[in-house]
Design a protein around this ligand. Structure first.
Ligand code: G6P
Length: 590
């Protein structure tokens, strides 16, 4: 979702620095870009639709030490150069880039229009510089006018603002993330760390309801409401620059699939005492709920089976966006487990607020350290997958499932056994992901690349993996894919099977194996082309993608060849798997 990046400091190439930083935020998903540079007492704004990757940063290297930039993912108003950020007031003295949605913007716009303000775009963002201008008439001061404007805004926002008369970069936040990079030559403010990772490895987090003002030498954090100054810790980033780059791979998605050779083992390597404490929290809770969005939601759903099979414990899954009406079940003794790669997903944050308002405790399982969810939860566990930049989530899924499974084992008093199962699985995955294996999966993608539809079936924990398989294939290859519980086939979906329709059957060597084989046979009888992903071959399979037998961890191994299949389908169909259309990596709006 929208990427924000700004710099102020001693360097005089702020324009090219911001363009380069925005290129590192491309993974978030966007459809237009723009930049505002302050030179002398002028602001020059350049913006356009399309990709920023082809823009030469050298073209923005003119003498400038204060600049803000943006990659926009359209919400209010179509994808047009006028709607791209930055937006300015009428006299172009104030420029703003913004992430989030100002819910009352129509009313505010009408009020401003009645005072003579004219607007050039259809966005909610454009009201921000006009509001600031209006309040500056009252306060005479840029930062106080920003605070007053924020009081009038309803909804979630994070924005950066600059003014021709001042050498300061100002940021305000309520809802959407902003992180400050502390550099030797100035300060960086971005919606995510990769924007400035090449320049700074020390960060400070802006929390909700806060504002930060910096002139590049000093920095002042304060509350948006009370003016009270706030002290911030500097935190060192633990990821290396290399980890956040593609390295030898053509795309981040493939790199991140291959990262699972060791990211699962890192996820399992948790502090045992902490896992036992969290298992206790679930044991003692009167009702445990699991929420997440997209791929993280599928990790939650798989965990319902982990907790049922491994620890005979009932936990309740809901997509975070569906959690609102569950608040009737929540009590102070309830526990909410939230699962998120980015730690910034708006629907997950809302679920946390609902739980907190009922006095319930929140346990977070996240990848990004220091993210809002990580900081706001009562307990938080990191999956340590390293930076995940492809929009399609891969290694975060297996990391989340590994941690949740570990907790399920701890709940049954068998943490050591759980570690052993998972570490053996991690080692099998390491062996599985060899070049020959990956080539074989690519050859399967080649056989089905021209098909219009694809169906995936699974049972027990392979059922959420069938749903996840469909998400992976849809989001990067744009092939129509649907996942089903094998047993549900004959209640509808089987009507869609025609001669040659590719159908993936996910299975393990477990008590539901024969059921899913029967489902595969039913599909084959209707002409389905069966791709079996299983530890053992079966005569119903037209193609067999072998996976190691992994017992309770079968879901973790079965999903990996599907991730690779989705990747190769995308590439073979000429799509960019790292930047799928209409999708964003971090969904910070509702
Ligand atoms: C977006 C991403 C998905 C991700 C979901 C939840 O839709 O494209 O890959 O699974 O958000 O994100 P989170 O960061 O909370 O795991």
């Amino acid at each position: 979702m929208c990427g924000i990046f700004g710099y102020v400091g001693k360097r005089n190439d702020a324009g090219s620095l911001v363009i380069d930083g925005l290129k590192n935020l491309e993974y978030r998903g966007y459809d237009s870009w723009g930049i505002a540079c302050k030179t002398d007492s002028k602001v020059s704004i350049e913006k356009d639709i399309g990709k920023i990757s082809s823009i030469k940063s050298e073209d923005f290297s003119s003498n400038c030490s204060l600049a803000i930039g943006h990659t926009r993912w359209a919400t209010h108003g179509g994808v047009t150069p006028q709607n791209a950020h930055p937006h300015a007031n009428g006299t172009e003295t104030i420029a703003v880039v913004h992430n989030g949605i100002l819910e009352n913007y129509q009313q505010l716009r009408r009020d401003l229009e009645s005072k003579g303000h004219e607007f050039k775009s259809e966005t909610d963002t454009e009201i921000i510089p006009h509001m600031i201008e209006e309040y500056m008439k009252e306060t005479g001061d840029f930062t106080s006018a920003i605070k007053k404007s924020c009081e009038a805004f309803e909804g979630r926002f994070a924005f950066l603002a600059l003014h021709t008369e001042s050498n300061t970069l100002v940021a305000a936040r309520r809802g959407s993330p902003l992180i400050i990079g502390v550099g030797e030559d100035g300060y960086f403010i971005a919606s995510d760390i990769p924007a400035f990772m090449n320049h700074s490895r020390l960060v400070q987090y802006l929390d909700d309801g806060e504002m930060v003002v910096t002139d590049g030498e000093s920095i002042l954090f304060s509350s948006l409401k009370t003016d009270e100054e706030i002290q911030k810790r500097e935190i060192e980033i633990t990821w290396s620059v290399e980890e956040a780059q593609k390295g030898e791979y053509e795309h981040f998605m493939l790199k991140e699939i291959m990262d699972q050779k060791d990211s699962i083992a890192r996820a399992v390597n948790q502090n045992e005492e902490q896992i036992e404490t969290l298992a206790d929290a679930i044991r003692n809770a009167k009702g445990t709920f699991l929420v997440g969005c997209g791929t993280a939601a599928k990790a939650c759903m798989a965990s319902e089976y982990f907790f049922s099979v491994i620890s005979q414990k009932h936990v309740n899954f809901a997509p975070a966006s569906e959690f609102k009406l569950y608040h009737h079940f929540l009590r102070p003794e309830s526990l909410l487990i939230v699962v998120s790669q980015s730690g910034e997903t708006a629907d997950v944050l809302e679920a946390m607020q609902i739980a907190k308002s009922k006095g319930s405790k929140v346990l977070a399982i996240v990848n990004v350290e220091g993210s809002t969810i990580d900081r706001e939860a009562d307990y938080s566990l990191l999956i340590n997958a390293g930076p995940e930049r492809a929009v399609a989530s891969t290694k975060a899924l297996t990391g989340h499932m590994a941690v949740l499974m570990l907790i399920a084992y701890a709940l049954d008093g068998k943490l050591k056994e759980g570690r052993k199962v998972l570490l053996e699985t991690a080692s099998e995955i390491n062996d599985m992901l060899n070049p020959r294996y990956v080539d074989f999966v690519e050859s399967v993608a080649e056989r089905i690349q021209d098909q219009k539809d694809l169906f995936i079936i699974g049972k027990s924990w392979n059922y959420p993996m069938a749903l996840e398989s469909a998400i992976k294939i849809q989001e990067v290859s744009y092939v129509h894919a649907e996942g089903f519980a094998g047993g549900e086939l004959k209640h509808g979906p089987i009507a869609l099977i025609e001669e040659g329709t590719p159908c993936i059957a996910l299975m393990g060597d477990d008590e539901v194996k024969n059921d899913i084989i029967s489902n595969a046979i039913e599909l084959k009888a209707r002409g389905g082309f069966i791709i079996g992903i299983a530890p053992e071959n079966n005569e119903s399979f037209d193609v067999w993608i072998k996976v190691p037998e992994a017992g309770t961890a079968q879901a973790l191994v079965n999903i990996i060849p599907v991730q690779a299949l989705a990747y190769f389908l995308a590439v073979k169909r000429g799509k960019d798997p790292d930047m799928p259309r209409n999708l964003a990596k971090s969904v910070t709006v509702k």
